[in-house]
Design a protein around this ligand. Structure first.
Ligand SMILES: Nc1ncnc2c1ncn2[C@@H]1O[C@H](COP(=O)(O)OP(=O)(O)OP(=O)(O)O)[C@@H](O)[C@H]1O
Ligand SMILES: [Mg+2]
Length: 410
């Protein structure tokens, strides 16, 4: 970056910081006059500014801290709206009791977690090979969810989609691309909450239901947004505790959020819930019925494998001596993740072959490696045969059959 550019960015960031401070002062003035609506709006504005300010952070740690701040401002705005004036920082300082401090600690923890889930996705539809039916299905649902219904028309539109299929077939990729294709009114991509349910269970055992409620509160605030519930079956696996186990409690919270979001009201915020699982048969029918669409993401067929190979090979800038069609034949039964691994293995083999002398240099005089360029050569049939022999597809034909059979169950 040129010095003049970095100065401009620095000025911009300073300007944003000042705007945030001014907005917060205004909020406090409104609050002191008991003008809660105005105060809440100022905190909302401060949160939006803080989001932008986070984009200019010099490193990830500071960026995270700023995102956490913006979440807190949103939380304050919400609480003021709900007449919970206690959450204002100046009043919060006055609360000295131990229990209040403990609950504030928990609240910050929950907020931090929600912020950790808030990720920006760079994945586009073109980064996903094949899966055309799944993409079209999702795009259609998105279009319905985002557009207004004509006056007098009332009909439900799908806002809950379940992806199921073997590991590594592109379920998470699809969720990421979905979030990236939702754009907010200010031209930014939507908020994408990437929630791994197994981590909720392990980290937030007692507080997990509250976490879900706050997660959906945040998703509504930042709409349009996508809540992606990954490893959904984690909630349905252990029934040992009956209806009172932590899994069932989280599930109950999720279901009540889904029920709240169901149907279409043109004024309701667009929050799309996507869930993914490798074990759809573990999900009971009452839960399954909450998902308006269920989309199978299977092990790729030959045509899809050609597209996946193209996605991964075309971007590396190294020539490939073998036709993609031939490679697709050689990778029967492979998932997208296994194809990705194959290409990594092939590349590593080629790089090791071409750069032997640099490995020797590393042992003798590592400093001499600085500024040296890696040698590359075309990827050969021999490389691919060597690598495919080392990968045994995780999903056997029997397991594939199980998904197909489950899909047929009405
Ligand atoms: N259709 C695809 N096109 C391009 N790459 C793919 C495709 N499917 C899978 N991949 C590759 O495999 C990796 C894993 O995919 P992803 O994380 O979406 O799988 P998943 O279905 O969510 O797996 P799991 O069930 O284990 O969570 C991706 O990062 C990508 O590199
Ligand atoms: Mg996944």
């Amino acid at each position: 970056m040129r010095p003049s550019q970095s100065r401009v960015i620095g000025d911009l960031a300073n300007h944003m910081r000042r705007s945030i401070d001014e907005t917060l002062s205004e909020a406090r003035v409104h609050l002191s006059l008991d003008q809660r609506k105005e105060a809440s709006q100022r905190y909302q504005r401060a949160a939006r500014l803080m989001d932008r300010y986070a984009e200019y952070a010099p490193n990830r740690k500071i960026q995270h801290a700023r995102k956490v701040q913006s979440m807190r401002f949103r939380e304050i705005a919400r609480n003021i709206g709900r007449r919970h004036i206690e959450s204002h920082p100046s009043n919060a300082q006055k609360r000295k009791s131990k229990s209040a401090r403990a609950s504030r600690g928990k609240s910050a923890c929950v907020t931090d977690q929600i912020h950790e889930w808030l990720t920006k996705s760079a994945v586009t539809w073109d980064d996903i090979g094949g899966l055309d039916d799944a993409k079209q299905n999702i795009q259609f649902s998105l279009m319905l969810a985002l557009t207004a219904l004509p006056p007098g028309v009332s009909m439900p539109t799908p806002r809950t989609i379940l992806f199921y299929g073997p590991p590594g077939t592109g379920k998470t990729l699809l969720a990421a691309a979905t979030s990236n294709s939702l754009v907010t009114s200010s031209g930014e991509s939507s908020s994408f909450f990437n929630v791994r349910l197994s981590s909720v269970l392990s980290k937030y055992f007692g507080e997990s239901s509250r976490l879900i409620t706050e997660l959906y509160d945040a998703a509504r605030q930042m709409a349009p947004s996508v809540v992606f519930l990954d490893e959904f079956d984690a909630l349905c696996r252990d029934r040992e505790y009956g209806d009172s186990g932590p899994e069932r409690r989280i599930l109950a919270s999720i279901l009540s959020e889904l029920d709240g979001l169901a149907g279409k009201d043109t004024n309701s915020p667009c929050v799309l819930t996507l869930a993914a699982t490798n074990r759809p048969w573990d999900i009971d029918s009452a839960v399954l019925s909450r998902f308006e669409k269920r989309i199978e993401i299977p092990i790729p067929d030959e045509k899809t494998r050609v597209s996946i190979l193209a996605c991964h090979l075309d971007r590396i800038g190294v020539p490939v001596e073998v036709e993609k069609k031939k490679l697709a034949e050689m990778t029967r039964g492979f998932s997208g993740r296994e194809i990705e691994r194959l290409i990594k293995d092939v590349l590593a083999r080629m790089l090791a072959r071409e750069n032997q002398e640099k490995i020797g240099l590393l042992k003798r005089e590592p400093l001499l490696l600085e500024g040296k360029e890696l040698k590359v050569s075309p990827l050969t049939m021999d490389d691919f045969v060597w690598a495919t022999d080392r990968i045994r597809p995780e999903t056997t034909p029997d397991i594939q059959m199980r998904y197909q059979k489950w899909s047929k169950i009405p």
